[in-house]
Design a protein around this ligand. Structure first.
Ligand code: 1GP
Length: 242
């Protein structure tokens, strides 16, 4: 996944719990037409196993599907890969190493692409579901030096990507100056997500240095955002690296 090839990428996050509520088929077809780069499946408050949704995605498109696990119930061999998240902004040992120990034998057997990711939660003002579910504290949005040091530590520990996360449905996305500071001080690919609702939000995240932008709730509120985000990605990629 996600080679450090300087090409901006777009990922769509689908939560199996929302399968009955949303027009996922329409969204998946649109994502296929727009040549979205990845689907992420999962979430911190997901209670339904992801297998059925992953199979449904695979009937419609060949876009790779990565599990974005909020808990150990969300592992599934139908996926192309898994973001092996270590919640490095927090100090919950289960989410730093405990769950990984439990899952490791199954992960090895699954034979899918496993991407070790340093997951950094940033506060967007209101306490997010992921903060509550993970029993961790987010880094304050104004403390970019802490986010940078955390990302640096993740890179030094050998993690392959950093995910700067404001939390699903966050009121405010991760500030652009924090994205830029993390990007300028690390050399692994950077994912940004949480609370991105407009084309301007997407543009700002890419311009600040995000290699991959993740859209979730914003698409349910405004499906047109998907093609707008793809156009922004394509136009930046056409211009080439800054
Ligand atoms: C959440 O970063 C993802 O983990 C996407 O967030 O649903 O707010 O787009 P949204």
């Amino acid at each position: 996944m996600i080679a450090p090839d300087k090409i901006k990428k777009l990922a769509v996050l689908l939560d199996p719990d929302d399968t009955g509520n949303s027009d996922f088929e329409g969204l998946i077809s649109l994502a296929d037409e727009c040549r979205v780069d990845y689907f992420l499946v999962g979430g911190s408050t997901t209670f339904i196993k992801p297998g059925e949704l992953i199979s449904g995605i695979k009937k419609i498109t060949s876009v790779p599907v990565y599990i974005f696990p909020g808990n150990l119930l969300q592992l599934d061999p139908c996926a192309d890969g898994i973001l092996l998240l270590s919640l490095i902004s927090g100090r919950n040992p289960e989410l730093l190493i405990g769950n990984h120990v439990v899952a490791a034998p199954q992960l090895k057997k699954m034979g899918v692409d496993i991407v070790p990711v340093g997951y950094i939660l940033v506060s967007s003002g209101v306490r997010s579901s992921v903060e509550y579910m993970s029993q961790t504290e987010a880094i304050p949005a104004g403390k970019k030096d802490i986010a940078v040091a955390t990302a640096m530590a993740g890179e030094l520990l050998g993690l392959k990507m950093i995910y700067l996360e404001a939390g699903s449905g966050a009121e405010y996305p991760v500030p652009a100056d924090m994205i830029a500071a993390v990007k300028n001080n690390t050399s692994i690919p950077l994912i940004a997500g949480g609370g991105l609702r407009t084309a301007a939000d997407v543009s700002r995240a890419y311009s600040a240095g995000a290699d991959i932008v993740v859209l979730g709730n914003g698409l349910a509120e405004n499906p047109a955002l998907l093609s707008e985000a793809c156009s922004i990605r394509d136009s930046i990629n056409k211009k080439g690296p800054a």
